[in-house]
Design a protein around this ligand. Structure first.
Ligand code: GRF
Length: 189
């Protein structure tokens, strides 16, 4: 069985690139499309370099869902990976892809999740709370921000010297190491 996976990303897209490169020789995992909500996000440049089409939908189009679903259908997409994607996924999209949408969150959920908790805000909150560890959480996506079933977590230490930036660095390293393997494991059976 092969899987056609769409990656959704709002920003730099380093995870998107890392995942696509990891599976570049795979016949089982195919990445026909990157979708963003920001026309000027760096992920489009990465997509161009990787020779993968990338498109942008507006916030309204994402919340309405129909146009996005149409493109996903056209591209015969089986699964969706959110890699630094900042908008909520609409109910009609979630219903079309039961257990086929996953997200990566840059902290150890259920802590430091929810609306408005993204990017450096998460890492700053971790530092401000004097946490001794942070990490990554890969979870299924449901209607509530960051509340779908957890699939995988990995941890890194946080010390008194850490800043949001250094925590981000450690968390990114965990993302690059684990996210592609988690995708392989959940859908690669
Ligand atoms: C990652 O840390 C991801 O966990 C978070 O946003 C960041 C995106 O980074 N949700 P990139 O766009 O993959 O470089």
């Amino acid at each position: 069985m092969s899987y056609r996976i769409a990656i959704l990303a709002s920003g730099s897209g380093s995870n998107a690139e890392n995942i696509i490169k990891y599976f570049s020789h795979s016949e089982q995992f195919i990445f026909p499309l990157i979708i963003s909500n920001k026309p000027d996000a760096f992920v489009h440049k990465r997509a161009e370099n990787l020779k993968i089409p990338s498109i942008t939908f507006t916030r309204e189009e994402f919340s309405e869902g129909a146009k996005v679903i149409e493109i996903l259908k056209e591209n015969k997409i089986d699964c969706i990976v959110l890699a630094g994607f900042l908008l909520k996924i609409s109910t009609n999209i979630i219903e079309k892809f039961p257990d086929r949408i996953i997200n990566i969150h840059p902290a150890l959920l259920p802590k430091f999740g929810g609306k408005g908790m993204y990017g450096d805000k998460v890492h700053q909150a971790v530092v401000d709370a004097h946490e001794t560890e942070s990490g990554i959480t890969v979870h299924f996506v449901n209607e509530k921000y960051d509340e779908g079933n957890i699939i995988f977590q990995a941890k890194c230490p946080v010390t008194a010297d850490d800043t949001a930036e250094t925590v981000a660095h450690k968390v990114h390293a965990l993302e690059y190491e684990h996210f592609p393997k988690v995708i392989e494991r959940i859908w690669g059976k």
